[in-house]
Design a protein around this ligand. Structure first.
Ligand code: NAP
Length: 243
């Protein structure tokens, strides 16, 4: 059976690297994005140039109807969706909890948790035995991200709980659910957090003395999706340079 993956938030960063790696491993890939049409188009063009199969699809994964349309378009193009990477996530500027207003807290929870919930639900309603999900959490779920973004850390903590619970709910159907917890990874997300060079600044504090790359995270996601990880479910891979 053809392996068909949806990667949410794949127009750049970790999602784009994951979509590209999965396509090299013979997955047909749907490159989901929210707003950056040109970047998503470029990811698809690069996959096709290397002989892979991909489409891009604009959908805000926090919206139930758009998630339904994302799955329908992927299914109509490639067949049943067999693998899901819940990668889309959002971050706001670094600050202490006392400065976070309720609108921001709500937006961060919505932007990081709702999409994962809605995509997991759409996926498992149609998924067959052997299917797999990888959720992209964060080392922040473990550290709590004090003085920076406790709201984001709390959202990623919710992703970890969802991963654990769903892995047990789906185990009898032989559908695996795992998560990766990246540490400081060189992507444009840190610009949204107000400090584009954050990873380089913090590199000396990382045991491996450098930030990670999107490709290094993608490799772990691919392994968790693959049959090589057939006995792994409800597990977390920390990709944080020893942090
Ligand atoms: P990024 O460069 O900011 O990319 C985020 C992607 O998510 C973009 O493609 C964006 O699409 C998409 N997106 C955001 N909200 C969306 C929504 N509601 N619906 C659909 N797509 C949406 O992020 P990244 O650094 O690669 O991070 C990817 C994941 O890894 C996130 O979950 C993040 O929390 C996690 N993570 C990152 C780091 C790090 O150091 N970078 C560390 C730990 C965890 P558009 O640009 O088209 O809007």
């Amino acid at each position: 059976m053809r392996q068909v993956a949806i990667v949410t938030g794949a127009s750049r960063g970790i999602g784009a690297a994951t979509a590209q790696l999965l396509a090299r491993q013979q997955f047909a890939v749907c490159v989901n994005y929210r707003s950056n049409h040109e970047a998503a188009h470029n990811v698809v063009a690069s996959i096709r140039q290397h002989g892979g199969q991909a489409i891009s699809y604009q959908a805000d994964v926090t919206d139930e109807n758009q998630v339904a349309a994302l799955f329908e378009e992927t299914r109509n193009t490639f067949g049943e969706v067999t693998h899901l990477v819940n990668n889309a996530g959002v971050l706001q500027r670094q600050t202490r909890l006392e400065n976070i207003d309720s609108d921001r807290f709500q937006n961060i929870l919505l932007g990081n948790v709702m999409g994962t919930f809605l995509c997991c639900r759409a996926f498992i309603r149609q998924a067959a035995k052997g299917a797999a999900i990888v959720n992209v959490s964060s080392a922040a779920a473990r550290t709590g991200a004090p003085l920076e973004y406790i709201d984001y850390a709390a959202a990623k903590g919710a992703i970890d709980s969802l991963t654990k619970g769903l892995s047990v709910e789906l185990a009898a159907r032989n559908i695996r659910v795992n998560a990766v917890r990246p540490g400081f990874i060189h992507t444009d997300m840190h610009r949204d957090g107000g400090e584009p060079e954050r990873v380089s600044r913090l590199a000396p504090s990382i045991p491996l003395k450098r930030g990670g790359t999107a490709e290094e995270v993608a490799q772990a996601i691919y392994w968790l999706l693959s049959q090589e990880a057939s006995y792994v479910t409800g597990s977390f891979i920390d990709i944080a340079g020893g942090r």
